[in-house]
Write a protein that binds this ligand. Structure first.
Ligand code: PLP
Length: 428
């Protein structure tokens, strides 16, 4: 396998793009080597500019849950294109997608579409503040909620990949209302409420996917919600990654908790830029034009994105691949453990629905601190060995692997073989 064309593009891209990329994790900084440049993808396969084919476990960090270029999604996009690209006025499909989304979340009467997960979350924080009249927000260490100023502290994802505590350029004032708690540690949340009486809410990834996959333990989420109710503070559940991934709708329902405000993105745009935030009527009615919380967007509710989202969610509902996801993830977990054991490598595998990843560490991984114990050098070796054996996975220890419903038995067998070779590479 050679990567000559990727290497050439990486050099060429440096001139007018920052680090030759438009999102940091694509630079492969934490695994070293030359990032891959992609030419095309179809189904479960992604092909780089050198003509190498891979089974895709990145899926554009989640959106491509049906695999690439599903024929029904493609048909819907082509049909929408014929009517024009954007109008700056409302369309029928926005109402249709809103109904599909609201019907899938018990606590959601109304939704507002935006253009990214970042926008969804920053709008949700504004809404929580508008509704409660309080300014402070608690976030959990290792959770990533997009790159808005207020949340670029103790964030996972690309920041964890690059070992950055936060970001330069974020003024102190922008994070002065952000409080940090530890995932799976309700006491650390309570400690903030004991000190402050102006907390609007707590934002959380219900299954964390940006420090690797980390699950809420026991009744953590339920207890958190019950506690917040006693404090009149809102629970903001960031389902940008988990929405429609582990069931049709959100992870909330599976975990027995209902958000006050839910944030969505990724899957609901079917591969196009869409985010959304939604809540029950009394909260959403704060949003302009009904209420005094302003939020807007030139391309929000974009017709092509709405068409892709509707087609993706309709097909997803029909396929109902969630049991298959569980079975495939369980099988991958077993293979990862078996092969690690065979080659004498310590790993912890965390998974939920169609999200899974191995940490190169011992014991358990239930929070960011434990995730950071993972041996990232071993991960880098493992990563490149998988790539060279035809598996494309996120180039970071702190990102989830994503499964699509298109994965075949042949894909799984190839993945299992590659995992064996990659575990062997880790010890050599
Ligand atoms: N929230 C979560 C949980 C995410 O995983 C991400 C992105 O990975 C975001 C928010 C930000 O979404 P976007 O990259 O679309 O701005």
């Amino acid at each position: 396998m050679d990567f000559k064309n990727s290497e050439k593009l990486y050099k060429k891209g440096q001139k007018h793009l920052v680090g030759a990329v438009n999102s940091p994790v694509r630079a492969f900084a934490s695994v070293g080597g030359n990032p891959l440049f992609i030419k095309k993808a179809k189904g479960t396969k992604i092909t780089d500019v050198d003509g190498n084919d891979y089974i895709d476990l990145v899926l554009s960090y989640g959106p491509m849950i049906l695999g690439h270029r599903h024929k029904k999604v493609e048909k819907a996009i082509k049909k929408a294109l014929k009517n024009g690209y954007t109008f700056g006025a409302s369309t029928k499909n926005e109402i249709k997608l809103a109904k599909i989304v609201c019907d899938a979340f018990p606590g959601m009467d109304k939704v507002r579409f935006v253009n990214s997960g970042t926008e969804a979350v920053l709008s949700a924080l504004r809404l929580a503040r508008a509704y409660t009249g309080n300014d402070k927000i608690i976030k959990f260490s290792g959770c990533y909620h997009g790159h808005s100023d207020a949340l670029l502290v103790a964030a996972g994802s690309g920041l964890a990949t690059l070992s950055l505590p936060g970001s330069k350029g974020v003024p102190e004032g922008a994070v002065k209302n952000t409080l940090i708690a530890n995932y799976n540690d309700l006491e650390s949340v309570k400690a903030h409420f004991e000190k402050h009486d102006d907390i609007a809410g707590v934002i959380i990834e219900p299954i964390a996917g940006n420090m690797g996959v980390v699950l809420p333990q026991g009744n953590f989420l339920k207890d958190l919600k019950t506690y917040l109710e006693t404090k009149n503070a809102l629970l903001i559940v960031d389902e940008v990654m988990t929405g429609f991934r582990s069931k049709f709708g959100g992870a909330q329902e599976l975990l027995g908790v209902e958000a006050d405000i839910t944030c969505l993105g990724k899957v609901i745009g079917g591969g196009f830029p869409v985010g959304a935030y939604g809540a029950r009527n009394e909260i959403m009615e704060m949003v302009s034009p009904l209420g005094a919380m302003y939020q807007a967007g030139t391309l929000s509710g974009n017709p092509i994105a709405m068409a892709a989202g509707i087609a993706t969610l309709t097909e997803l509902k029909k396929q109902n691949p969630y049991q298959k996801f569980d079975e495939v993830a369980a099988r991958l977990e077993q293979v990862l453990k078996e092969k690690a054991n065979k080659h004498g490598v310590d790993i912890v595998v965390n998974r939920f629905g169609s999200m899974i990843n191995p940490f190169f560490t011992k014991g358990v991984v239930t929070n960011f601190e434990e995730a950071q114990q993972s041996d990232t050098k071993k991960f880098a070796t493992f990563f490149w060995a998988l790539v060279k054996n035809g598996i494309f996975l996120p180039p970071s220890q702190f990102e989830a692997w994503f499964l699509s419903s298109a994965l075949s038995e042949k894909d799984l067998q190839k993945t299992e073989k590659a995992i064996d070779l990659a575990m062997e590479a880790v010890v050599n």
